[in-house]
Design a protein around this ligand. Structure first.
Ligand code: NAD
Length: 412
């Protein structure tokens, strides 16, 4: 199933519960604007190269649109559309005053020198600076882009419109970025995991946890949960699965991966299994934090975890979601579980607009509160309506966007 089909599937499931008529669904799923632009930039050898860039703006009923900018060779309009809509539901479920958007450039960043990495966002901004801005559409880093790309984007946009760092988030901390942005998504995953296990009556020190992916999200989620006394029995990355039935030494793994250029390869403090074994481990909590579509109908039967928290975007496809639901495996969906990143992006935008800086403690406090409140609302909705946590999250999000659209006079 394509990414956009999965988003539409989950949307429709929730819309059925809400008994939304077709004309309302049409307004809520149709993108406000889709732009494809030519991104022509100079290669270091002096030749110009032309690739395609996309920005899809899905919905702005609740506020300016917000969403990442990715560099990836497989980026196409369909993927960007699906991700833009997901951002609308994600910002609505955690009640940030935003809509959803997404952008991408179809190129492999590994083929670019640093200078070429810089010329790309500048060429992109030249094409669409008029449709992005602090009150309309605010990009952020995503796959293949980073804080430096955000700084170049901002610099180019300001050449047209003047000083305004709130045009983009995920900037370097010393250049109007927010403290705590790097850890935010993983910390948010940890926050909702603690709350969910409490609801499921599993004590933290008895919650055997496995994390797929030990990059930005997986490592910070692991660190948070280790500090909350969860035994993390396995973590994996492309190099393999690292296992210890009594719980891994997460602080050691965290430092190891930093020193070892982002990979766990060569770590000798645990038993090593093939990377794909992680998904089949008998654990209380499984956290896929690597890629999309890793749990499908082909391998859903192998899952032995009692609960799953979707730290990655779309790790479980809709067919697998049905299979796991029938086995009573509790799944906390991505639109809530990984919303910590966009939440701290929102805090960055707020600070930029106030010309003020928050302490790391304040960022953490506000993040924990935002995600805890959202978790409780989704849990309540799921219990009251007797639907899955995913459907409950979509229902709350759709209700909020629908109400804002009514108040704007778009739904009469
Ligand atoms: P990352 O590149 O820092 O880390 C990805 C990790 O997954 C790496 O450890 C990599 O080795 C591992 N991996 C890749 N393929 C694997 C495989 N087949 N088996 C096991 N491990 C594998 O990426 P990240 O920023 O941590 O993002 C992870 C996921 O979370 C992505 O789906 C991303 O879209 C999503 N996400 C990230 C953020 C954020 O703020 N970084 C926010 C929301 C969602």
């Amino acid at each position: 199933m394509r990414a956009s089909e999965a988003t539409t599937y989950y949307f429709n499931k929730a819309a059925d519960q809400l008994e939304l008529p077709d004309w309302v669904r049409k307004l809520l799923v149709t993108n406000k604007r889709e732009v494809t632009v030519q991104v022509a930039f100079e290669r270091d050898n002096g030749r110009s190269e032309t690739v395609l860039g996309y920005r899809v703006q899905h919905d702005n009923a609740r506020g300016p649109m917000k969403g990442g900018l990715r560099y990836h060779p497989a980026v196409d309009l369909d993927e960007v559309r699906a991700l833009a809509a997901l951002m609308t539901w994600k910002t609505a479920v955690v009640e940030l005053p935003y809509g959803g958007a997404k952008g991408g450039i179809g190129i492999d960043p590994k083929t670019l020198s640093k200078r070429e990495m810089e010329r790309m966002p500048r060429a992109f901004v030249d094409q669409l600076h008029e449709i992005v801005g602090p009150d309309s559409d605010i990009p952020a880093p995503d796959m293949g882009t980073n804080h430096e790309v955000m700084a170049w984007f901002r610099n180019q946009w300001e050449k047209y419109h003047g000083f305004n760092p709130a045009v983009i988030t995920g900037k370097p901390v010393e250049e109007y970025g927010a403290r705590g942005r790097e850890e935010a998504t993983g910390r948010g995953v940890g926050t909702v995991a603690v709350k969910m296990m409490k609801r499921l009556n599993i004590r933290p020190d008895q919650c055997r946890t496995a994390i797929q992916g030990f990059g930005n999200v997986g490592s910070h989620a692991g660190k948070y949960l280790h500090e909350a006394a969860f035994p993390i029995v396995a973590v994996s990355d492309l190099s393999g699965t690292y296992f210890n039935a009594k719980g891994l030494n997460i602080p050691e793994l965290f430092s190891y991966v930093i020193k070892n250029k982002g990979t766990l390869e060569g770590y000798s403090g645990a038993e090593q299994l093939p990377a794909e074994d992680l998904l089949g481990l008998d654990v209380d909590l499984l956290i896929p934090a690597a890629l999309g579509d890793v749990i499908t109908k082909e391998n859903a039967d192998r899952i032995r975890a009692k609960s799953i928290i979707e730290a990655a975007n779309g790790p479980i496809d809709p067919e697998a979601d049905e299979i796991l639901a029938a086995r009573n495996i509790t799944i906390l969906p991505d639109i809530l579980a990984n919303a910590g990143g966009v939440t701290v992006s929102y805090f960055e935008w707020v600070q930029n607009r106030q010309h003020y800086r928050w302490s790391l403690d304040r960022v953490r406090q506000e993040l924990d509160r935002t995600l805890s409140d959202a978790f409780e609302q989704v849990w309540q909705e799921s219990s009251t309506r007797n639907v899955s946590l995913r459907t409950a999250a979509f229902m709350l999000a759709i209700n909020r966007v629908q109400r804002a659209s009514e108040l704007a006079g778009w739904l009469i």
